[in-house]
Ligand binder design. Sequence first.
Ligand SMILES: Cc1cc2nc3c(=O)[nH]c(=O)nc-3n(C[C@H](O)[C@H](O)[C@H](O)COP(=O)(O)OP(=O)(O)OC[C@H]3O[C@@H](n4cnc5c(N)ncnc54)[C@H](O)[C@@H]3O)c2cc1C
Length: 426
Amino acid sequence: MPTTEPARPAHHFVAGIGAGPANLSLAALGEDLLPGGLPLFERQPGPAWHPGLLGAHSRLQTSWVKDLVTLVDPRNRLSFLNYLVQTGRIYAFLNAQFDAIPRVEYARYLGWAASELGTVRYGTAIHEIRFADRFELVGADGPVATAEHLVLGLGTHPEVPPCLPPGGLPGVVLAERLDATLAGDSGATGGQVIVVGGGQTGAEAVLSLVRRGVRDIRWLGRRHWFAPLDDSPPANDFYRPAYQRFFHNLPDDVRHAYVGAQVLTSDGVSLETLQEIYRANYEGYLRDGRAPVMILPGRDVVRAGARDGVVTLWCRRASGGSERHTAHLVVLATGRRPAPLPLSAGLAELVELDGAGDPIVDHDYSIRWKHAPRHRIFVQNRGRLSHGLADPNLSLLPVRSAIILNTLLDRPAFTIRDEQVYTMWA
Ligand SMILES: Cc1cc2nc3c(=O)[nH]c(=O)nc-3n(C[C@H](O)[C@H](O)[C@H](O)COP(=O)(O)OP(=O)(O)OC[C@H]3O[C@@H](n4cnc5c(N)ncnc54)[C@H](O)[C@@H]3O)c2cc1C
């Protein structure tokens, strides 16, 4: 009886892992340029952008002009403007007069772009990348594809304070699980709730609790004050291709210092969100004689425990000393870190690392490794220290994609123009 050989996985010129905005931007700009387009392997079962963090009132912190393509190719069919026209919403959208668009609208736009592209393979988590003359992408049931080049757009995952046990604690939830937790437990809105994290996600969790009628919220975080996002013109100078070029050529220690100094241009809280919290406190005081949100900056959670349905957090105070807080529900919004690269041990050994043990990201977002000249590995959203704070954000997605495509195609398929820079950084 003839034996049938298992089908060999399809071979691609370049394959992407992850179908978040970073790789969707690359796929959109490369649609007609890359042989076979850009297949993307995505572990989620369908389109989803930060599910659980798309609350009704949450807004994008970036202009919608900074979509997947427009900054380098405004005529591309996958622009946000074309999405509005194709879905018939352009007039309603204009009439709604948004200063900042709802996050849920951006998620819909990404889903639309992915479906137009038709190259996303959902429900395909890549567990390991191997290399033997070509890259092999291995999923749960074995190899799913091979490729000459790779682009890793794996995004980030939530960071948890090191004092929490790896399996978590009862009564402690990540911010993205807050809505689901409250939906499944009507008693969760009674009593005291603690939100840990002084960034945008923490602030939104606070507001979400306020809107659900929670009257005793403690909002604590490490920052000395829960500062607003700096969206001023000089701050936005850091989000220009000209600045990225300048930044990438600085010495390591200077880049580290600059990222620290500029952090509020990226990780601050939207002014409107802060205003809403302060107004909720003011109105709560008028109505009940009591403000619902106690604001506790300069607190570092150093120990946590749970007993009899009560979570206790021990905090070190920046002003000196320590204190203890208890609640029946604790919400963690304590930052995000890049997802680990799923490289096989053999491949990881061939990658050049910096002093902190991270791959070295070159100017074109490729990482240095033994066979790099013939088989590139590009990384998206891992260049905070090499390219500056625009890298983990949506601001310059198409610019980064264009730079990657120019290298992949070995020709200047895109020209990145950034004229009239009035600031002399050096
Ligand atoms: C709630 C929230 C709001 C934000 N809002 C803004 C904003 O307004 N403006 C701004 O500039 N920035 C914003 N950011 C920051 C940043 O722009 C976004 O996180 C953005 O989604 C990053 O895009 P990405 O494609 O790099 O990663 P992600 O969007 O995280 O996408 C990565 C994808 O890779 C998939 N994946 C990961 N590992 C694997 C694997 N092994 N196999 C298969 N698939 C895998 C994931 O499922 C995910 O879909 C926000 C971040 C958060 C958390």
